[in-house]
Design a protein around this ligand. Sequence first.
Ligand SMILES: C[S@@+](CC[C@H](N)C(=O)[O-])C[C@H]1O[C@@H](n2cnc3c(N)ncnc32)[C@H](O)[C@@H]1O
Length: 239
Amino acid sequence: MSQPSNFNRLAGLYRWMEWVTFGPWLGWCRCAFLPELSVCQHALVIGDGDGRFTASLLSANRSVQIDAVDASSAMLNALVRRAGPQSARIRTHHADARIWRHAHTPKNPPIDLIATHFFLDCLTTAEVQSLAASLRQASSPAAIWAISEFAVPPTPFGSLIGRPLVSALYLAFAWLTGLTVRTLPDHSAALNHSGFTLLEQRTRLGGLLVSQLWTAIPTPTAPAATENVPISIEMLQPC
Ligand SMILES: C[S@@+](CC[C@H](N)C(=O)[O-])C[C@H]1O[C@@H](n2cnc3c(N)ncnc32)[C@H](O)[C@@H]1O
């Protein structure tokens, strides 16, 4: 297994780099399903960087407890600072999420929300699958998983703009952080394989950005392992 990428030196600059390149678009993706997360009690937020999603979740949900896992200590410090007085509801774990296990997180309440925004693209498909399998075991049967990711849409825009842009982002992060992954993982196939079902998906920028809500609830209508047929959001039970 490769070393995790090192985002420490980007922690102070990260939000400004994002704003210059993508403006508000990534922020809109992170918060796409925030209203649906207002009843969750115990969130596991992985790779949230400087903590903008964590801060939004704490404000939207006044009772949620958050376990935040990140391989960058500087990012975790920024996350806690950003949460201000609400940081009392965060427990941080400075760890590589690919090997971190949830043995030390309290089981009561069980993890009912997993959130990964622009994090799974730091992993290979096999690593996402292994992570998803372990999270499936560690979370409640009704847990939901909120995801934001880049995507290359199967359109001329995807081929002409999306693919070169994603490749350029990987080259930039390889140089800045030592990231060794070079292509987007197929996280949807990995989650399906681990027993998660896609509930809802929203795309932005012509399909270049994807926000998804997945459920661990086994449903009679659950699609086959490689399909991504969304089921109705009404099937989402309180966390
Ligand atoms: C591309 S940044 C995304 C930050 C934030 N989620 C966002 O939406 O902008 C990836 C984050 O994941 C963390 N990370 C990368 N690989 C990791 C790993 N294997 N385990 C834990 N955290 C990791 C990095 O330190 C960084 O904070």
